[in-house]
Write a protein that binds this ligand. Structure first.
Ligand code: NAD
Length: 442
């Protein structure tokens, strides 16, 4: 198939590259000229395991192309995917301006029948808006060209994006048109070689809703467990044991019940807000979602509050080593990362910060922490510890799981660890003489 993907961020680039890998002829379009120039040379702007090699391979095979002008890419195109950002608008709803700009462009320039696919996360009713925007442009041109708008939300996880896309748990397709459903089935068939059962075709509105509900459910699990961790701490229970105790119940399961410093990233915060807003627009107060957000906002500061409880309000002669900046391991993405809130809080109280992250330092320096006074970055995790008063672990990168505790002890001024992700064995650290703070256990 000839496919155009509009937007080459995490979702668009991975989607386009994986479709190209299966033999389709894909063109990825972005208005960011520098990004497209780099991609043409095989330079991938984001860190995503396996992506760069796959991009290079498909560019070399001429199955993957990059372009800055959508109008040049629609001729004889079978499918156009909209994969641009849907950031949080001022009132908390999803900002659809980029999606609708693309729809308008498609309407202006399409020449042959087309399936238009909403890959971006968009609220219920967006497919109707996309259709209206395209119809309007076709009408202006006095043209009647057949097109269908499909909802095909993306469920990939940053850090595992390639394997999630290549071996999806499910692919949700929202369309009421049989031929369009069949075309989507053909497109995704190579990803489901054993069975097509995981391709779920439904009506457009349910497909749009499914994406928000999936993210809201995951955010709810995280906030629930964080709430529980705070109660555990108050009553003298150990949330790590409680987690295993409940996870062993097959109705509950182990996934997504790890306590920590709250959820972040480009999706959960904005998608929970957008779902709340959708409910509000219908006159419904989504109380549980309100609580999910409130708990998360509070949770980001739990570890900073432990630091303050240990050292007092004046941190002006303290230096903290930070291990981990990205919102989760496996990515350089720092959007809404809890580390931003924790570091800013400590820096506002006078603390100096020495930060290390395997992938996200550039993001921190150039954007998210660029205004923070007293922050410096190191090339290794151990360098960050030199002369610091304590270490704070904020992202559970694998390289932090089993560090050399003797080296940590020798490098810090005093052996104190604040673990915002419950990665270490508290009793072992105590034996080694550490003061160890974690989430959900005194
Ligand atoms: P992103 O911000 O990384 O990338 C969006 C890209 O779209 C940018 O490169 C931008 O330059 C480009 N763009 C904007 N307007 C354009 C236009 N008119 N024409 C061409 N390009 C344009 O976004 P992302 O993280 O890939 O997310 C895209 C969508 O997918 C969002 O709705 C998001 O909620 C959803 N989503 C994201 C993830 C994730 O893990 N990042 C997972 C599932 C779904």
């Amino acid at each position: 198939m000839k496919i155009t993907i509009v937007g080459t961020g995490y979702v668009g680039l991975v989607t386009g590259t994986c479709f190209a890998e299966m033999g389709n002829n894909v063109t990825c379009v972005d208005i960011d000229e520098q990004k497209i120039e780099n991609l043409k040379r095989g330079i991938v702007p984001i860190y995503e395991p396996g992506l760069e090699a796959m991009v290079k391979r498909n560019v070399a095979n001429k199955t993957l192309h990059f372009h800055t002008k959508l109008k040049d890419c629609l001729d004889k195109c079978n499918m156009a995917f909209i994969a641009v950002g849907t950031p949080m608008g001022e009132d908390g709803s999803a900002d659809l301006q980029y999606v609708l700009q693309v729809a308008t462009e498609i309407g202006k320039h399409m020449t042959t029948p087309l399936i238009v696919v909403d890959k971006s996360t968009v609220p219920v009713g967006t497919a109707d808006k996309v259709k209206a925007a395209i119809d309007k442009e076709l009408k202006k041109r006095g043209q009647e060209i057949e097109f269908h708008v499909v909802s095909n939300p993306e469920f990939l996880k940053e850090g595992d994006a390639i394997s999630d896309f290549m071996k999806p748990d499910r692919v949700v397709v929202g369309t009421e048109d049989k031929q369009t459903a069949e075309a989507m089935r053909r497109l995704y068939a190579p990803f489901f070689r054993s069975s097509m059962d995981r391709m779920l075709v439904m009506d457009v509105r349910s497909a749009e809703m499914t994406k928000y509900v999936a993210n809201a459910m995951l955010a709810t699990k995280i906030s629930f467990m964080n709430e529980v961790s705070n109660i555990c701490e108050l009553v003298g229970a150990d949330v790590n044991k409680v987690r295993v105790g409940i996870g062993s119940d097959s109705r509950i399961g182990y996934s997504f019940i790890y306590p920590g410093s709250g959820y972040g990233g480009s999706c959960f915060p904005k998608d929970v807000k957008a779902l709340k807003k959708t409910a509000e627009q219908e006159g419904y107060d989504a109380q549980l979602l309100n609580a999910v957000e409130d708990v998360n906002d509070r949770q980001k500061f739990v570890i900073a509050n432990k630091v303050i409880a240990h050292y007092g309000e004046d941190l002006s002669n303290k230096t903290f080593a930070i291990w981990g900046l990205s919102f989760k391991p496996g990515t350089d993405d720092m959007r809404e990362a809890p580390s931003i809130y924790i570091i800013k809080k400590l820096a506002s109280m006078g603390a100096k910060i020495k930060a290390y992250d395997p992938k996200a330092i550039h993001e921190a320096q150039s954007h998210y922490l660029k205004d923070v006074e007293g922050i410096s970055y190191t090339n290794t995790k151990y360098e960050a510890l030199q002369g610091a008063d304590a270490m704070l672990l904020l992202t559970e990168w694998k390289e932090f799981r089993s560090p050399d505790f003797i080296e940590i002890q020798n490098s810090l001024q005093a052996p104190v660890i604040f673990d915002g992700r419950n990665q270490f064995d508290g009793s072992r650290l105590q034996e080694l003489g550490f003061t160890y703070y974690q989430i959900g256990k005194k």
